[in-house]
Design a protein around this ligand. Structure first.
Ligand SMILES: [Fe+2]
Length: 291
């Protein structure tokens, strides 16, 4: 994950090696010491992960598997109605289990066979250059924790469900995987933080919250939309605009509530052409993005 939410629970490693996760008062897990302990163990496993090895095995609780079943059933039904074709092709290729949470390593193995991408564990927030740079190597850094069971339809942070259902389905599709890699390669060649921020903004309005026209209707393409039951109900209420880099750069970064403005490609090919054109043209002197 990268900075796509306003609420992050920082991971702290003390001098004695003890890893903890700091939860804010408005986090649904704030008063749940067992959840916090579990989250710390998951973060610790990610910090101990050796690059190139499979992601660590996580002993998910029965409550977490139940959250997956609840959210998964609702998302699967909504995907049939609102998901774009390329996303659905990725869903089919990934073939996630319906009855239990998959391990990140399992999903990664399937994605690797499909497109060469792998999923590697992220303990918490990953810096933008690190996150995007790894895409150039066909590696996606993903969280392994699961949202708190008290709020299965909402996660204040990008959790495993977002990563695997949203991005994992993208990365199992060769056309989408190629776009992720291109974004990564572009970030690698940029030197200014402002230019990277512009790429990140375009990523947000396409791969996270983008839409695409199909057969006269508007379908969801973005991983954030497609991994959120609530957002899949809301996105048709947004103001829908054509793909436009300048308009994306001028829009404030809004992740704490529903996006009031979303961008829609005329077709998937249009999205590919738009991103290829933008990524080839972006330089360290490109216009700045709004805060
Ligand atoms: Fe994401």
């Amino acid at each position: 994950m990268f900075k796509e939410a306003t609420l992050y629970s920082p991971v702290i490693k003390e001098d004695n090696g003890i890893v903890s996760v700091v939860f804010s008062r408005d986090h649904p897990g704030y008063n749940d010491p067992q959840y916090q302990k579990h989250r710390a163990a998951i973060a610790d496993a990610a910090l101990r992960h050796v690059p190139g090895r499979p992601a660590p095995y996580i002993a998910y609780t029965e409550e977490e598997h139940a959250t997956w079943r609840t959210v998964g059933a609702e998302l699967t039904a909504k995907h049939r109605t609102y998901g774009c074709r390329e996303f659905l092709a990725g869903v089919e290729r990934l073939a996630l289990p319906a009855d239990r949470l998959p391990q990140l390593s399992e999903a990664s193995a399937t994605i690797r066979r499909a497109t060469g991408f792998t999923l590697s564990p992220a303990a918490g927030l990953v810096g933008v250059r690190d996150f995007y740079g790894s895409l150039a190597d066909r590696r996606f850094q993903a969280t392994q924790y699961v949202r708190h069971a008290s709020m299965p339809r909402f996660s204040p942070e990008p959790d495993m469900i977002h990563e695997v259902v949203g991005h994992g389905s993208h990365l199992a599709n060769p056309r989408l995987a190629a776009l992720y890699e291109l974004i990564g390669r572009t970030v690698r060649r940029l030197e200014s933080d402002e230019a990277v921020a512009l790429v990140s903004r375009v990523f947000w309005f396409t791969m996270e919250s983008g839409l695409v026209r199909e057969d006269g209707g508007v379908k969801a393409l973005g991983a954030s939309l497609l991994s959120s039951c609530a957002e899949l109900e809301q996105f048709r209420q947004a103001t829908i605009r054509p793909l436009d880099v300048a308009a994306m750069a001028a829009l404030p970064y809004q992740v704490e509530s529903y996006q009031p403005v979303l961008f829609c490609a005329d077709s998937f090919t249009h999205l590919e052409d738009f991103l290829a054109g933008f990524l080839a043209a972006v330089t360290d002197d490109s216009p700045l993005v709004a805060a």
